[in-house]
Unconditional design. Structure first.
Length: 429
């Protein structure tokens, strides 16, 4: 489980279909329509247009959009996400892999970190110490509190650290390179958030106070306090950094970050606690459900209560930004799956109650009747396990959608894509 100030890699997952959040307020017309749609995040624009079609008419919407709506551009990349920086790192990784086939995977990892540190220094970010390369954790991790990174290079490359890189496939080398870049981006994020907090304090906070507020390595906080010049990325960059800040310790949505982190880990442990082979008999199902009952009772009291309170606050916020809307979508999905879990439990209990009532009658159960009860109890039990498995998936996807994680994954995948493009054989004319 991640700790405050710590960023961990988890297996990548495909994004789930998004549910658009309708924009509040009266239907605008004319130039106001352009501004209205331009303010809406891209993923919500279709829902906004559909709503306007029904309220002001198809022709007016179509004519206004055709005459004046400009296509919203993606925010301009800054820092390590700049194309030249991404491409430069990928080129160095590729050249080292091709030019040093007898070097080990460990040598390659340390080389990448050295080059990453040069890049961080150029961007004004404190450098990272020599990493642990054989972590038993996930693929990689950055800990802001100690300003350190660690990796499981052998797990990523599927080769021992002593393996010669000339014998490791390019896709594995690419992934190793991307993960190193991912964690470097987390360091850049943490430093820029510290700079944001320092600038907002206007000299009223010390480095020690900023470090405590963000659970950040104090020397990094001191460096952020002393940094000069504007934050990178202009107005859009500032919005991005503020999105990262919202999920850090002390941020607006840190409570959700903690909630999702704990839920994701806890539900995975709940699933592991269900014995294999999966219980099918009524008595075993009853016994397992009895074990799970205290957990589900606590979820209703605390986990679901938090989700409902947070959702109400988000829905009531008329000034939601892109970060808020993403959280609203993810939390809505997770809350829906939690409902599936509770509904399945209630259904099992109902069917068990029916069986108990029937067994209390004088007439004994027939074989066919007993089989039917068995199936009617087993079906929601399977549904409960499916809902728990779905809960692991949706909380994992919500993790990848945290602003800092989504950004770091984008950096990682861009490096991998650039590496692949550079290493691909030239096409024959």
């Amino acid at each position: 489980m991640s700790k405050a100030g710590e960023r961990e890699q988890v297996p990548a997952a495909l994004p789930a279909p998004e549910t658009a959040v309708a924009a509040p307020g009266p239907a605008p017309t004319g130039p106001g329509l352009i501004a209205y749609l331009a303010r809406a995040p891209v993923e919500e624009r279709k829902a906004a247009i559909d709503d306007l079609h029904s309220r002001i008419g198809n022709r007016r919407v179509a004519l206004t959009i055709r005459s004046g709506l400009a296509v919203q551009r993606a925010p301009k990349p800054f820092g390590m996400m700049e194309q030249t920086q991404v491409s430069g790192f990928a080129a160095l990784a590729l050249a080292y892999w091709r030019g040093n086939p007898d070097k080990t995977l460990a040598d390659f990892g340390l080389y990448l970190l050295d080059e990453l540190n040069k890049q961080l220094a150029t961007n004004g970010i404190p450098t990272l110490p020599k990493p642990k390369l054989d972590s038993l954790r996930s693929a990689g991790g950055f800990v802001a509190a100690s300003w350190t990174v660690q990796f499981n290079l052998a797990g990523t490359a599927k080769q021992p650290l002593t393996a010669k890189i000339g014998g490791i496939p390019g896709d594995r080398i690419s992934e190793v390179s991307g993960i190193v870049y991912h964690e470097g981006r987390h360091a850049e994020q943490a430093f820029l958030v510290a700079r944001l907090v320092a600038s907002e304090a206007k000299g009223s906070k010390t480095g020690k106070q900023i470090a405590a507020e963000l659970d950040l390595h104090e020397p990094a906080a001191d460096a952020a306090l002393k940094a000069t010049g504007p934050l990178p990325g202009g107005k859009e960059g500032l919005a991005t950094i503020k999105g990262w800040r919202a999920f850090d310790k002390g941020g607006e949505h840190y409570d959700y970050w903690e909630w999702n982190e704990h839920l994701q880990q806890f539900v995975a442990n709940v699933l592991k606690g269900i014995p294999d082979p999966v219980p099918e008999g009524v008595d075993r199902i009853r016994a397992e459900l009895t074990k799970l009952a205290p957990t589900f009772a606590d979820w209703r009291k605390t986990t679901i209560a938090f989700a409902d309170t947070k959702l109400a606050a988000l829905k009531g916020d008329k000034g939601r930004d892109t970060t808020d809307n993403q959280l609203l979508r993810d939390l809505t999905k997770t809350r829906g799956v939690l409902k599936k879990v509770m509904d399945a439990e209630a259904k099992i209990l109902k069917e068990l109650g029916r069986l108990d009532a029937r067994k209390a009658q004088k007439k004994p159960l027939s074989v066919d009747e007993a089989k039917l009860f068995q199936l009617e109890i087993a079906a929601p039990w399977w549904g409960l396990q499916a809902a728990l498995s779905e809960l692991v998936v949706v909380t994992g996807k919500a993790y990848e959608a945290y602003p800092h994680e989504a950004d770091a994954y984008a950096a990682q995948h861009t490096v991998q894509k650039d590496f692949g493009a550079k290493s691909a054989p030239a096409r024959k004319p």
